[in-house]
Design a protein around this ligand. Structure first.
Ligand code: GLU
Length: 449
């Protein structure tokens, strides 16, 4: 769910000081939120080159439709009143209602959310989910807040957003720093803004809820399950037996932790892990159940024991078969990409590789299963949850799992076929397929008036 702040990254090899300074400056520039936003545009433009999408669609896609900022006061446990900044960025709703997570993290910024909202549009368009793209959040550190404070922040934020969200308009979900409980608070707050008669029809205003409050079976593990389906497909296509293979996972929250759990079923052991509290190595493989329990209790992987603490640099250079970044964006830049010893990177996080890092990985023959595909399981099962809420249904775990697998295999097959046909990186293929879907809708509907 979180990662080591970039400031903890040790300097690279010794260099002449002016070289070192300019390299550090270039690196800092590459890792800003603005650069993340530019990276998404870069991916879009690269995709534009392999499709016949008209220029006006590209330029529409480079802009967000609405950017909402709400500043609101919250009473803290000690009686003081603190101001918070909350955001909701709505990128595009041509293919369906805006859809995407709510992030509670100190690094939340408008530029970051603009990039993440756009990625949701592309993720849904790629995976044939009839939703558009949005992302939002609150600039705060949920780890330093009590449950009661977190609840008040969530409720006040939801209230401030008012009718900017809605079950047929914009549907939030969990993201970094939020979970099923936060979603239930959002749902309940939203429900209380409508009349009694309409209350229950509002359940679908958020997805990723607890099971009792209208969540879907399989939603919590969905992102990790979808990621593993991609790995299984890749292993089949490349005739790589998964049994006995190793993985490194950065971020041990819902996605990273569940990925480690599911991987054990295929005989893949996680030998290196890391999060905002540190990095650790265990050549025998971590026990994901025990590590997840430890993280739940202590807030991070630090002091888990049964492993050797290692540096961030050592983590990235640990030889593994599969590397899974499941933390924040911009984690794999040139230095990390140069040091990584893996065959494939599966992007469980959104935007974990910078364009410079990606160029290095691809030049070294390391494959990348891009975020739009690799982590789409979450929003796919969010869609199933929304459908169940709308129809007053409750699907079995088996039904959800089966439908998710079909959707992931279909998405994987589309991206791999496009990349092969156009001889382009998988990321470009994923963006191109999504872009073509959006362009078709614009061509059919025209531009109003
Ligand atoms: N936050 C997740 C993502 O980035 C899930 C979004 C959703 O379910 O709407 O894909």
């Amino acid at each position: 769910m979180a990662s080591t702040p970039k400031s903890e990254t040790a300097a690279a090899e010794p260099m002449a000081s002016s070289d070192a300074q300019s390299a550090a400056k270039a690196r800092a520039k590459r890792l800003t939120h603005k650069a993340f936003l530019e990276a998404v545009s870069l991916h879009l433009r690269a995709a534009g080159k392999v499709t016949n999408v008209p220029e006006h669609v590209l330029s529409i896609a480079e802009h967000t439709k609405n950017e909402i900022i709400v500043n609101f006061p919250v009473r803290m446990d000690d009686g003081t009143i603190r101001m918070f900044a909350g955001f909701r960025v709505q990128h595009n709703n041509v293919l369906g209602p805006f859809k995407g997570g709510m992030r509670f993290h100190p690094s939340v910024s408008l530029d970051d959310l603009k990039a993440l909202a756009a990625m949701m549009t592309w993720k849904c368009a790629l995976m044939d989910i009839p939703f558009g793209g949005g992302k939002g959040g609150v600039q705060c550190d949920p780890r330093s807040m009590s449950q009661a404070e977190l609840m008040r922040v969530t409720r006040r934020f939801t209230h401030a957003l008012g009718s900017n969200i809605g079950p047929d308009y914009d549907i939030p979900a969990p993201d970094v720093g939020t979970n099923a409980q936060v979603m239930v608070w959002m749902m309940d707050t939203y429900m209380n803004t409508v009349g009694h008669v309409q209350k229950n029809a509002q359940r679908a205003v958020v997805t990723g809820k607890t099971l009792n409050s209208g969540g879907s079976k399989g939603r919590e593990k969905a992102t990790a399950a979808g990621l593993v389906h991609c790995l299984v497909e890749w292993a089949k296509a490349n005739e790589v037996p998964l049994e006995g293979k190793t993985a490194a996972i950065q971020g041990f929250g819902n996605v990273g932790g569940n990925a480690a759990l599911i991987l054990t079923k295929y005989g893949v052991s996680t030998v290196a892990v890391g999060d905002h509290t540190g990095y650790a190595h265990n050549p025998e493989g971590f026990n994901p159940h025990m590590l997840l329990d430890h993280v739940k209790e202590h807030g991070g992987i630090a002091d888990y024991g049964r492993s050797t603490p290692i540096s961030r640099e050592a983590f990235f250079s640990t030889p593994v078969d599969f590397f899974i970044p499941a933390a924040l964006e911009n984690q794999i830049d040139e230095d990390e990409a140069r040091s990584m010893k893996t065959r494939i990177v599966l992007e469980a996080a959104n935007g974990p590789i910078t364009p410079a890092g990606e160029a290095v990985l691809l030049s070294r023959g390391i494959e990348i299963i891009p975020d739009l595909l690799a982590n789409s399981g979450g929003v796919i099962v969010s869609y199933y949850e929304w459908v169940q809420n709308k129809r007053n249904e409750s699907w079995s775990s088996e039904k959800v799992a089966e439908k998710l697998e079909q959707a992931m295999v279909h998405g994987y097959t589309k991206v791999s076929a496009f990349a092969r046909q156009h001889q382009c990186p998988w990321r470009t293929a994923a963006y191109a397929i999504a872009l073509e879907n959006l362009a078709t809708a614009y061509a059919e509907r025209g531009i109003f008036p």
